[in-house]
Ligand binder design. Structure first.
Ligand SMILES: C[S@@+](CC[C@H](N)C(=O)[O-])C[C@H]1O[C@@H](n2cnc3c(N)ncnc32)[C@H](O)[C@@H]1O
Length: 284
C-alpha cells in the first residue's frame, strides 16, 4: 500500500471517529436530562462520554461530584482545561468499558457513544449488585425501542427489566446535536425498582430460566417450559399467573416471570432448573 493510501485511510478513520461524536447543543434538553435524573446535592454522578462537557458542567452545579469519563485524549484535555474553579469534577481519560464503577450509590446522566450502547448497559445493568440508582441516557431511538418493547424476546433485556424500570421518555431530533446524527435519538430513563420480585442474588439463575424459556419466544407458554415444570405444575402456574396456556411465552409480564421463577426455586427439583451458562459468571 502506498504512503498516501495509508495516510488517507488514517484521515478517513479520524473523520469517521469524529463524526461519531455528536455533541449536544440544546441547552433546554441538557437541563431536562438533569431534571429527569432528579439530581440531589449529595449525589455522585457519572457522565459517560463527556465530550467537551456539555452535560458535565451543568451537572456539577447540582451534584456533590461528577466524574467525566472520556476516552478521546483531545476531548479529555479540553475538559481539563475548562475545569477552573469546578472542584467537584474529576476527568477520567479512559474507555468506560474498562472503568471501575463507584462502590457506593451513583447516577448516570449521559449522551453515550451509540456504537457501544449495549456494552455500556451490560456494564451498568447485568449485575444488580452494581450500585446504579438511576440513569438518564440519550441513545439511538431504535435501541430505546428495543429496551422498552412490550413483549420481551431478549432474555438479557428481560433480566434488566426485572430490577430496573426502563422507559423511553421522548424522541430527540437530529438538530439537537452537532454534527446531527443520521439516526433519530431518544431519552431513556432507567430507575432501580423499589421492590424486586426476584432477589438480586438470583440474577444468574433467573437469566438461565429466561434464556431457556425464550429460546423460541413465540412458543406457547406450556410448550416453552415443559423441560422445567411437570404437566400438573404447568396447570397450576396457568391458574396462578392468570394466563392462557397457549399464549406466547414472550407475552408474560416481568411480574409473571418473577412469580414463575419463584415457583421454580420453591417447587421444582434443582436438577430440572436450566443451567447457568459459564459466560455469565464474572471473573473476580
Ligand atoms: C455522542 S458524544 C457525547 C459528547 C458529550 N457528552 C455531549 O453530549 O456533547 C460521545 C462521546 O463519547 C466518547 N467515547 C466514545 N467511546 C467511548 C468510550 N469507550 N469510553 C468513554 N468515552 C467514549 C466520544 O469521544 C464522545 O466524546
Amino acid at each position: 500500500m502506498s504512503k498516501n493510501n495509508i495516510k488517507n485511510r488514517g484521515i478517513a478513520k479520524i473523520a469517521s471517529n469524529f463524526s461519531a461524536q455528536h455533541l449536544l447543543i440544546n441547552q433546554r434538553l441538557i437541563h431536562d436530562l438533569i431534571d429527569l435524573a432528579e439530581i440531589k446535592p449529595k449525589d455522585t454522578v457519572l457522565d459517560i462520554g463527556a465530550g467537551t462537557g456539555a452535560i458535565t458542567f451543568p451537572l456539577a452545579a447540582r451534584a456533590a461530584n461528577v466524574t467525566a469519563i472520556e476516552s478521546d485524549p483531545a476531548f479529555a484535555g479540553k475538559l481539563l482545561n475548562k475545569l477552573n474553579e469546578a472542584t467537584n469534577i474529576r476527568v477520567k481519560q479512559v474507555d468506560f468499558l474498562q472503568y471501575s464503577l463507584p462502590k457506593g450509590p451513583f447516577t448516570v446522566v449521559a449522551n453515550i457513544p451509540y456504537s457501544i450502547t449495549t456494552p455500556i448497559l451490560r456494564k451498568l445493568l447485568d449485575y444488580p449488585t452494581v450500585m446504579l440508582e438511576r440513569a438518564v441516557l440519550i441513545v439511538e431511538k431504535g435501541a430505546a425501542q428495543r429496551f422498552t418493547v412490550n413483549s420481551v424476546t431478549d432474555p438479557r433485556i428481560l433480566k434488566w427489566r426485572m430490577w430496573y424500570d426502563i422507559k423511553l421518555v421522548r424522541s430527540v431530533p437530529p438538530h439537537h446535536f452537532s454534527p446531527p446524527p443520521r439516526v433519530e435519538s431518544a431519552v431513556l430513563t432507567i430507575r432501580k425498582k423499589k421492590k424486586f420480585t426476584v432477589p438480586p442474588h438470583h440474577h444468574l439463575r433467573f437469566m438461565a430460566l429466561a434464556e431457556h424459556g425464550l429460546q423460541y419466544p413465540q412458543f406457547p407458554f406450556y410448550a416453552a417450559l415443559t423441560d422445567v415444570f411437570r404437566s400438573p405444575q404447568i396447570t397450576k402456574l396457568v391458574r396462578m399467573l392468570r394466563i392462557d396456556r397457549n399464549q406466547p411465552i414472550c407475552s408474560l409480564t416481568e411480574q409473571q416471570w418473577g412469580e414463575l421463577f419463584l415457583a421454580m426455586v420453591q417447587h421444582v427439583e434443582p436438577w430440572r432448573w436450566p443451567r447457568i451458562s459459564k459466560k455469565y459468571i464474572r471473573k473476580k
